[in-house]
Design a binder for this molecule. Sequence first.
Ligand code: ADP
Ligand code: MG
Length: 341
Amino acid sequence: MDVIRACLAAILWNYVNAFVMSSSEEPYFNKAGFRDCMEQPLLKDGSYNIIHTKMKLESNHIHEVQCAPDHFSGVNTIIAQSSSATVRRGIHLDSETAVVFKEFKSAYAMASARFVRIEECALSAIHHPHIVKHYCTFFNSASEKIVLVLEDIGDWSLFEAINEYPGDEYLFMDLLTQMSVTLQFLHSFGIVHRDIKPENIMLRSSNSFVLIDFGLAVELHLEDSTFCELPGGTLIYLAPELLDVKWKSKFFTPAVDWYSLGVVLYTQMTGQNLIPYDATEENYKKIVDMIRTHSFAMKNIENLNIRNLLRGLVRKDPSSRSSFQQIQQWIAENKHNYKSS
Ligand SMILES: Nc1ncnc2c1ncn2[C@@H]1O[C@H](COP(=O)(O)OP(=O)(O)O)[C@@H](O)[C@H]1O
Ligand SMILES: [Mg+2]
């Protein structure tokens, strides 16, 4: 865990700044604010309609400043790039807060404004120690792109931690404890993340995980806990019910997140993917068949308690998959064996 600890020092400044920006670490979900945000028209004058145009500063007293590119410096340092966004690091000049800019590729933002909207609305309504903070959103007229301004969590994601410490049972326990509570928090407000994977779980310090990337999140109809739309997410972490070809529409429950968490925890314990094929086009059918029909024995996990827990999380039938309550019971029974380091 020494390298992870070392990363604590490197990101301490970011952490201190992020802490200054938040009044308390008590979790809350501003449901009214979320609903209001989601109900605003998606586009205005043909462009994405930004809702959070101001940045809240919480020092001695709370005040709001306009969220615009000239309030920030260092917008050029690229830290990640994907098909949907470019992520850069910068500083908010007035408050000296380290921030990250998630700039959506314009075509993506226009064609898929809904994905930008859910990320903006959900993150701005949530205040949770294990969920990334959203400060504000602006339109960068130089690049003509939409930019979400987020808390800078640092350089470590679970992806790097797994490469460095595959099989670390203390890391496993911290990850399970924190992410199960975080997912349950989201689910209790009807939000399903749908893209749980190592790259979307970052480390704020040696044992504090932070969930990012709400672009694929959805709000369920709480009455029946199901939602119907095309599946999204990263194939090797997708729950089998999302791939059921017999279903014309895809109905799912929050259990899809528990499945993905099970796959992530398996990778953390073994350093290997649950599905042993590269996610290429040629392997697509093999991967889908395996997710839908293969019974994962997980014999390479020697610890039987952990093996049983993970097998419960990746059950094909969502109604018999391990629930939050079962995970909590498992944690209560096992926490003395795996204390956080
Ligand atoms: N708040 C943040 N702090 C530090 N790094 C971040 C932050 N948000 C994103 N990143 C980095 O950028 C990558 C891509 O961001 P993400 O929100 O997951 O976008 P995408 O939808 O393109 O996957 C992440 O995997 C992470 O490495
Ligand atoms: Mg991502």
